[in-house]
Design a protein around this ligand. Structure first.
Ligand SMILES: C[S@@+](CC[C@H](N)C(=O)[O-])C[C@H]1O[C@@H](n2cnc3c(N)ncnc32)[C@H](O)[C@@H]1O
Length: 244
């Protein structure tokens, strides 16, 4: 159900301390996702893949709640969440193997679902933790995300299109928001692109570090094919309500 979980954990553990500084687009996604929520209060909230708490910070500013459970596969994430929330439960381990009692009326997650190999099964699994009428709110990425990296290295996740996500959600959910936007970052040199990817955990695309020769080849090709050094992000924002 998941692409090389061990490697993903390792790469995100390495990037967590620098993540907030580099995660410009993920911050924007967290803001948009919070704004798209239909309510300002949820009694029971479950956040998946909370990381350093980028979404959590945004969420607590705008939404009130009674019970908050925050999950991440990287245990160090708890250290960050402890600074944001007073009364909450940290659920270490994979979001796809939750061990928690009770149901939630909001499951929320920023920039995690793209890592799930089988999005439909994963959403089905999360639905079992949702009360009837409960809301799932998540962001992920569309196929054009990181298109420069894909074209140069062949590496990339199996991103779903908006239509594919719509079809998955429609089965059991009423869709409230489903939108896609593009955001292009620009860099001074291709090495900066690699540093940016490393610090946002995207190194997890491959478990093999690049050799010096491979880094040089990557930089040369990047400059040649993309002289103004863009890196395209293509986020999707989805909010949906579980049908009764
Ligand atoms: C791109 S970061 C997003 C962090 C945060 N949600 C935000 O708003 O920026 C993805 C996070 O998901 C976590 N993660 C990856 N796979 C996971 C899994 N199967 N279960 C739980 N967390 C996971 C990573 O450790 C990382 O903290």
């Amino acid at each position: 159900m998941y692409t090389d979980l061990k490697n993903i954990k390792k790469q995100f553990k390495k990037s967590i301390d620098n993540y907030d500084k580099y995660a410009v687009v993920q911050k924007l996604m967290a803001e948009k996702l919070t704004k798209a929520l239909p309510e300002k209060y949820y009694s029971d909230v479950l956040e998946l893949g909370c990381g350093s708490g980028l979404l959590t910070k945004q969420f607590v500013k705008e939404i009130s709640f009674q019970r908050y459970c925050a999950n991440d596969i990287v245990d160090k994430s708890k250290m960050y969440l402890d600074k944001i929330l007073k009364n909450y439960v940290f659920l270490g381990g994979s979001a796809l193997r939750l061990s928690v009692n009770g149901k939630f009326n909001l499951i929320i997650s920023n920039a995690l679902f793209q890592w799930f190999e089988d999005l439909e099964k994963s959403i089905e699994y999360f639905s079992s933790y949702l009360e009837k009428g409960g809301t799932i709110a998540f962001t992920t990425f569309a196929p054009d995300n990181y298109k420069e990296i894909k074209s140069l290295t062949g590496l990339g996740l199996g991103y779903k299109t908006v239509d594919e996500i719509r079809k998955i959600l429609e089965k059991n959910f009423e869709i409230l928001t489903l939108e896609n936007f593009e955001y292009t970052m620009r860099f001074k040199n291709p090495l900066e692109v690699l540093v940016h990817m490393k610090n946002t955990g995207v190194n997890a695309l491959t478990s093999k570090p690049l050799s010096v020769k491979e880094v040089k080849e990557f930089c040369d090709k990047y400059k040649e094919q993309y002289p103004d050094l863009p890196l395209t992000y293509s986020p999707i924002i989805a909010v949906a309500r579980l049908k009764d």
